[in-house]
Design a protein around this ligand. Structure first.
Ligand code: PMP
Length: 457
């Protein structure tokens, strides 16, 4: 059964529908990435400025997806676009070293205490792949512990237990809900429960001798629905790993420059051994990065030029790694973040939106939890709180899809995933979203549950 708003979305987006019908023939699902395959079908966009995106039917939306967390300054911010244009005018220089990568590494180092040395790659997936490789080279072991409900990219080792669960809560088992991941990777994995310091540290202690690394999201974003680690939990994991000399890889692909200039490590006051970077760091262009302790990065990543001396080191290259366009865009973004009062403004706007949504839900008798930290958050229907993925069994995903359709039908681009505030969102934008949500909740209250499929990926 379609949601009560689905027909309205469809009637406004006939051009997207037509493109989708053709796109399906050449692109599986009509898109290049599963995240773009939204319900009822992908919308195809032609323009993005500030807080707004315009689809090919000419509908303009206030955007809450914000490039899956990239656009902290809004879409196409003038200083970033100018830096990119300037770079392009002298050639994009892929595959060549430029001073821009040096400058961007210095910026990361200045703001993130744990990032003593940095390497840039092109995606967050590559970032976690390489950070794990560094840890394995250091520990001379293969096993990696990751958390249930954490999404750390799409390579085999971490594409397990991202949004599904298996086994008992005190000893979670790897959950493979996607095909094509080599079963042999499971031998190298220990799955830990998130936000459960006692059980997680007990498992780290039990597997300590075999572990190369523990990788963790400080805010469990795209797998679990934007659930922050508690302070007690993140500090317990830091302590349990430090005590046993197991590198802790903090996956900050989403949180770097989102929770503040110093990312989640600064926000929580912890110093991981390695940190992974991405999204905001590239100013809207492809990026990933990994950084950390000098003794690990310098000794294990630096090439010597002589293969015989490379033993014990990792290999990381990449045709586009540190590409000058992403470097220039990232630098321009960070400069704006350093100069302005962006983070305070983001907090105020997010507070206004989340507080307003919560009030409206209460007024309409709708059970709603809002999880998140600073300017990243997600709404969850049918729950009043959410701290671990296992609690999501009670979540009403059909309602989330219905709400998303209601927002899409009324000019707010928001799908059931983490939402992100940007510096371009004004008070008027937030009030407009609240006005729309009020109307949508009102209709949802009177409608029967929709029974449509949905939820985070
Ligand atoms: N780590 C985290 C925490 C992420 O959220 C993501 C992507 N959303 C990744 C890694 C992978 O990044 P990418 O999509 O750039 O490969």
């Amino acid at each position: 059964m379609a949601s009560i708003f689905e027909e309205r979305v469809r009637s406004r987006t006939q051009k997207s529908r037509a493109v989708y019908e053709e796109a399906k023939l050449v692109l599986p699902g009509g898109v290049a990435a599963n995240t773009k395959a939204i319900s009822p079908y992908p919308l195809y966009f032609r323009d993005a400025r500030g807080a707004y995106v315009t689809d090919i039917d000419g509908n303009t939306y206030i955007d809450l997806v914000m490039g899956l967390g990239i656009h902290i300054l809004g879409h196409a911010p003038a200083p970033v676009m100018a830096a990119v244009r300037e770079r392009l005018s002298s050639g994009p220089l892929p595959g060549m070293a430029t001073e821009l990568e040096v400058e961007l590494a210095r910026k990361v180092r200045r703001h993130m205490a744990c990032a003593e040395m940095v390497r840039f790659v092109n995606t967050g997936t590559e970032a976690t792949l390489m950070a794990i490789r560094v840890a394995r080279a250091y520990r001379k072991r293969d096993k990696v512990a990751k958390f249930e409900g954490n999404y750390d990219g799409q390579h085999d080792l971490v594409q397990v237990s991202t949004s599904t669960i298996a086994g008992p809560v005190d000893a979670p088992e790897p959950s493979l809900n996607h095909s094509g991941v080599a079963k042999s990777t499971l031998r190298d994995l220990v799955i830990l429960p998130y936000n459960d310091p006692e059980r997680a540290t007990a498992l780290i202690a039990a597997h300590a001798d075999e572990l190369a690394a523990v990788i963790m999201e400080p805010v469990a974003g795209f797998g679990m629905g934007c659930v922050p680690a508690t302070r007690e939990f993140i500090h317990a994991i830091r302590e349990a790993t430090a005590k046993r000399d197991i590198p802790l890889i903090l996956d900050e692909v989403v949180t770097n420059f989102r929770l503040g200039l110093g990312g989640a490590s600064e926000h929580y006051g912890i110093k991981p051994d390695l940190v992974t970077l991405g999204k905001i760091l590239g100013g809207g262009f492809p990026i990933g990065g990994y950084a950390g302790r000098r003794d690990l990065m310098d000794r294990l990543v630096t090439p010597t030029g002589r293969p015989s001396e490379d033993q014990g080191r990792i290999s990381q290259s990449g045709t586009f790694s540190g590409n000058a366009v992403s470097m220039a865009a990232g630098l321009a973004t960070i400069k704006v973040l350093e100069e302005g009062d962006v983070y305070r403004q983001l907090d105020v706007m997010t507070e206004r939106l989340c507080g307003g949504l919560k009030r409206l839900a209460t007024d309409h008798g709708i059970t709603l939890a809002i999880t998140g930290v600073k300017s990243m958050f997600q709404v969850h229907f049918g729950l009043d709180h959410l701290t671990t993925i296992r609690e999501r069994s009670g979540e009403d995903f059909a309602r989330a899809t219905e709400f998303s359709h209601g927002l899409l039908a009324n000019g707010v681009f928001a799908v059931p995933r983490p939402w992100f505030m940007s510096a371009a969102h004004t008070q008027a934008d937030v009030d407009k979203i609240l006005d729309v949500a009020d109307g949508v909740f009102k209709e949802m209250k009177h409608a029967k549950p929709a029974g449509v499929a949905g939820g985070s990926r």
